[in-house]
Design a protein around this ligand. Sequence first.
Ligand code: GAP
Length: 569
Amino acid sequence: MDMDKLVSLCKRRGFLFQSSEIYGGLNGFWDYGPLGVELKRNIKEAWWQDMVRGHDELVTPPGAPSAYEMTGLDSTIIMHPQVWKCSGHYDLFHDWMQTCRQCKRLVRADHVWNMIKEAPWALSFAETLEVTNWGDKLRFNSLRTLQWAKNKGRKTAPNLAIVRNPEVTLSWLSEDLENNPNLDLDLPTLLQYMATEQKAQTGLQTPCPHCGGDLTEPREFNLMFETHTGAVQTEESKTFLRPETAQGIFVNFKNVLDSTRVKVPFGIAQMGKSFRNEITPRNFTFRSREFEQMEIEFFCHPSESRQWYQYWRDRRWRWYQDLGIPEGRLRLREHDKDELSHYSVGTADIEYGFPFLAENEYGELEGIAHRGDFDLRSHMEGKLVKNAEGCLEVEMVEEEGGKKRPKWKGSGRDLTYRDEATNERYTPHVIEPSAGADRATLAFLCEAYHEDQAPDEKGEMQTRVVMKFHPRIAPVKAAVFPLVKKDGMPEIAQDIYRGLKKKFSAFYDEKGAVGRRYRRQDEAGTPYCITVDGQTLQDKTVTIRDRDTLEQWRVKVDDVVEEISQRVS
Ligand code: GAP
């Protein structure tokens, strides 16, 4: 699937717009248009219904160690700053970034090479040397390289060393090749030579993906957006926009226990906005700076936590498939030990083969993490770190005079749980299925996009763009058309439309040729179109057209609402 076509459809049909577009847009922020808001809302409602409201707490679901309860929460975006100190976000929630000394742009250190591989200047350089595979060994051709630097290079990578100072830059490579005729050159290594003017002082440089310039050494960059509460802006008034919804759940654990009759095992679910000042927001909405999460913190007895981890991995894996993403487009990936967060016992990602990624590459939709007792204990005792034995203990800092104190003090509240049946008191372990509402929406948009051949009004075959959303998440469930604007057809169509509207989103359209009206609904992903025609006036039936099969059948006017309800539920 061509991502550019999807991006253009999203704008043209009102799924997604760039935020503040009339002022040139704001990188990493996106607005959902009239169709997009319905789609995303349906996805969030499907999640809430399936995980929370519709959950049957009386039966043990397949694969679960026991029955369990689910409840919801809606906490604030700005919380006490100590929350982020104890959660570890204040100290550890950072990416490594590099700055280009010439164009001043910031790049995430771990994204640099992926960005270079997509950069037009690097692609044209590779083409000049006839390199198709980035890892292939190549023979260096100085003449072609110089020609490229003087022409395309000057326009597309003006700050690359070979463009700024070709003779000096080339001399380092010539010298190294002279000393070592067997020097292994592949494209990344050659690009580093081309980016290096002073090898003796700097070693080989990595070029800026944007302009070819020099990148600084990687520096830490905290991703939390800062703000201040109150009129006076001091260090004490500094607060943060939450980078995840999860912490709002942990700090309310005791409130939920005390105000409801839930017993461990149980889950608290929350969905809402999160904010991360991503260094390189990219790939449409995939990496945004403002996005929505759908998170569950599931509290269980430590002895059962591994079984619950397994259960939630499988449960969430099936959810995406139930809503129409085929198993073959998804991947369930267990993190390697060195990828795990400092507190995590195990994490698995559910990933989707987004079309903007290379073949066989997948992007994260959701992470399911076994967080142990890290969060509850951190908010109780103070920020925890792993000690030499691998056990969690409060992080201490030394004050003047050698006295030690906790780096960040916890709330001091008792966040343990007492099992009334056994009288056992313990800190529950947590399994966290954490999904992104915007990533899920993007995956459902990518999966829905289809082009096929269908006859137009004149019976000629034309390319049809059709968004094949699962009916549960389709922004509009049914559209109603009078074939012509006379003979009482609009009145009958409007009655049907009003009947449908009482149950779900429906659309009424009487403008233009009926074939064109069908096409517009195909692009919006409307599963069913209902047409009132001449026969309706005689036998009180209408046609229903199926978006995917193009099959049409007749139904009594009085049965339309029931028929569509059954099909979309
Ligand atoms: N509480 C755990 C947590 O926040 P995460 O893996 O950082 O874990 C969970 O985020 C999910 O949130 C991701 O799987 C993704 O779907 C979504 N997400 C994270 N960062 C995002 C971003 N910059 N833009 C869009 N979605 C994002």
